[in-house]
Design a protein around this ligand. Structure first.
Ligand SMILES: C[S@@+](CC[C@H](N)C(=O)[O-])C[C@H]1O[C@@H](n2cnc3c(N)ncnc32)[C@H](O)[C@@H]1O
Length: 152
């Protein structure tokens, strides 16, 4: 898909969504703090490069472990050639935001995508990825800058 078109779809979906603020407020309500919950986001330019470098096969299964507001999953859907894309996020507020984005993606964006992309399945799951079976993955992305050693 043309980069400029994909980027403008992505920016319109995420307009007004502040993942940093959602994460910060949600983490204040948790009974514990973890360095691994530190928030950060992919950019369309950076993520496009990552996908190209990964040389992903067509029709594979993509996971984002720690998916935040779902940006990497949505970008992988727009830029990649996956059949199934799954984002797993432990912080409820971020997970709910990704679900809201998906609720708009399906009716507003899917119908204007090429036919093979319309067949993609996208899921967001509120879970600790350490407790989730992602063994059907072909590509695992994780934005792990602040993950502690044991988690890595
Ligand atoms: C740096 S953010 C990346 C967000 C998204 N992947 C992106 O690149 O736009 C890392 C995310 O991982 C989540 N996270 C950390 N440990 C997790 C775990 N064990 N299970 C699920 N999510 C986790 C954090 O809450 C945070 O939202």
């Amino acid at each position: 898909m043309d980069f400029k078109i994909a980027k403008s779809i992505f920016e319109s979906l995420y307009s007004g969504v502040d993942g940093y603020d959602i994460s910060s407020k949600a983490r204040k309500n948790l009974p514990y703090a973890s360095k691994a919950h530190t928030y950060g986001e992919v950019t369309p330019e950076g993520f496009d490069k990552i996908l190209k470098d990964a040389e992903t096969k067509s029709g594979g299964v993509f996971y984002d472990l720690g998916s935040g507001t779902g940006k990497a999953v949505i970008l992988a859907s727009l830029f990649g050639n996956f059949s199934k894309l799954v984002g797993i996020e432990i912080i409820k507020g971020l997970y709910h935001t990704s679900k809201n984005i998906l609720a708009r993606f399906d009716p507003e964006v899917k119908p204007i995508l090429p036919l093979e992309k319309q067949k993609q399945t996208i899921k967001f799951i509120n879970s600790d990825f350490l407790e989730f079976d992602f063994s059907d993955a072909d590509v695992v992305f994780t934005h792990s800058t602040c993950f502690y050693d044991e988690l890595m």
